[in-house]
Design a protein around this ligand. Structure first.
Ligand SMILES: Cc1cc2nc3c(=O)[nH]c(=O)nc-3n(C[C@H](O)[C@H](O)[C@H](O)COP(=O)(O)OP(=O)(O)OC[C@H]3O[C@@H](n4cnc5c(N)ncnc54)[C@H](O)[C@@H]3O)c2cc1C
Length: 393
């Protein structure tokens, strides 16, 4: 192992992207991942041009393209009858935003990132290593790992997700617990054989109803359809050990989709298993770093998923981190400060916009009527333009 690595806590999308960016900046990186294996959990992710452009830079996009799907468009539909209200032409992403728009299973994105990292002599991923704490001073950081010897490094990046230990230890603001959004997300993978043929077309679909919405798109060569339903719901237990593994009662979900199109109701009933997942956010803060320690990804800015930008923003963070280490090759604290300054305002803006989008999606009555009429009026070009500030970055 090279001396004085940059230590990254967490091998999710954010941590693996950070490792690739730091390696490209000439640093040796040790990634500590609490889980004993990089498990096949999660579901579909939409990856817009601001994410895929950076994956290409690190050499991970070609592998991802083999595993992902490129939808022709995103259709926004009315809950009652499925009529298309508006279309976002994401199939034109390369021309308009300069890079591809893809949908992939989260596990397939992790595969593309880990395979790319494995080809780098500057990245080491250590599984089954849970960060417990650290001590940082002017000379470096000493990271404490549960049941293992301490690890010394030049800097620590906490990419350890929503309930980040690193964020907790930095105490950048108080109070600072994850905040429940009042909504749960329900996720299922529907085998192609149980799906209506229209659902297997290479398009993303976003159905809008009062107090709920539902997204579906085909994944893995249209062998499955990724379903995500979001409803207003109660949740009190932040300590649920693994959100992803929480089973959902399809009867409850069906009750929230009464009055929706028969197609959607049939699909809700046909899904073999629903996972219920509470949506949390982190408070927006003005700095993500202190000395040689910083946070990245959901640890820094966990956001509502309504712009499909959480992972993309983690990827943007990683890129900024790599650029900051290139600009400050001998001063880790300066690099982390530059990284935080480069990213905080934009990530917080995307987080705010995501929350607002959730309100717009769940409108009812006259407000929903005005929303739909506005979307129809602005048309494809207007819908695409509304995403320029996010996807062009
Ligand atoms: C319903 C829904 C749909 C979404 N859809 C999209 C989408 O379409 N597009 C998009 O861009 N984003 C989407 N997102 C957001 C995206 O999933 C997250 O923003 C992204 O996965 C965050 O990545 P991360 O690496 O920061 O955190 P995580 O994926 O949570 O990874 C954190 C890692 O750290 C590890 N870890 C935790 N604690 C420790 C510790 N103490 N020591 C060592 N390791 C530790 C964990 O095991 C985990 O592997 C969606 C989110 C939701 C809820």
């Amino acid at each position: 192992m090279a001396d004085n690595p940059v230590i990254v806590a967490g091998a999710g999308v954010g941590g693996l992207s950070a490792a690739l960016a730091l390696a490209a900046a000439g640093r040796y990186v040790v990634v500590l991942e609490r889980a004993p294996a990089l498990a096949e959990f999660g579901a579909g992710l939409q990856l817009a041009a601001n994410a895929t452009r950076r994956l290409a830079k690190w050499g991970a996009l070609d592998r991802l393209r083999e595993l992902a799907t490129a939808p022709e468009a995103v259709d926004l539909r009315a809950a009652r009858d499925g009529a298309v209200i508006a279309t976002v032409p994401v199939g034109e992403s390369e021309q308009r935003w300069g890079s591809a728009y893809l949908v992939a299973h989260r596990a397939d994105l992790l595969t593309a990132l880990t395979e790319t990292a494995a080809a780098s002599p500057s990245i080491e991923i250590r599984l089954g290593c849970s960060l417990e704490g650290w001590h940082a001073d002017g000379d470096g950081v000493l990271v404490h790992i549960e049941g293992r010897p301490d690890l010394k490094g030049a800097a620590l990046v906490g990419a350890d997700g929503l309930r980040s230990r690193v964020r907790e230890g930095l105490a950048l603001t108080t109070p600072d617990a994850p905040r429940y959004s009042g909504r749960t997300s329900w996720r299922a993978l529907l085998p192609a054989a149980s799906a209506p043929a229209a659902m297997l077309a290479p398009r993303s679909n976003l159905w809008l109803g009062a107090g709920a919405h539902l997204v579906h798109y085909p994944l893995r060569q249209a062998s499955v359809v990724n379903l995500v339903a979001v409803v207003e719901d109660e949740w009190t237990d932040l300590d649920t050990p693994d959100f992803w593994a929480s089973h959902g009662n399809a009867g409850f979900l069906a009750s929230r989709f009464q009055g929706w199109s028969d197609d959607i109701r049939a699909v809700i009933a046909a899904a073999p298993e629903w996972r219920r997942w509470p949506l949390y956010e982190r408070k927006a803060i003005q700095t993500w770093t202190r000395g040689r320690v910083a946070i990245l990804g959901d640890a820094a800015h966990a956001m509502a998923p309504f712009l499909a930008q959480g992972a993309a923003q983690a990827i943007e963070d990683a890129d900024a981190l790599g650029l900051a280490f290139s600009a400050h090759p001998r001063d880790e604290a300066a690099a982390l400060d530059a990284y935080s300054r480069a990213r905080v305002a934009r990530a917080n803006r995307v987080q705010r916009a995501s929350r607002l989008q959730g309100i717009v999606y769940h409108l009812s009555g006259p407000a929903a009527f005005v929303r739909d009429r506005t979307m129809r009026a602005i048309g494809r070009e207007g819908m695409a333009k509304a995403s320029d500030w996010i996807y062009r970055e």
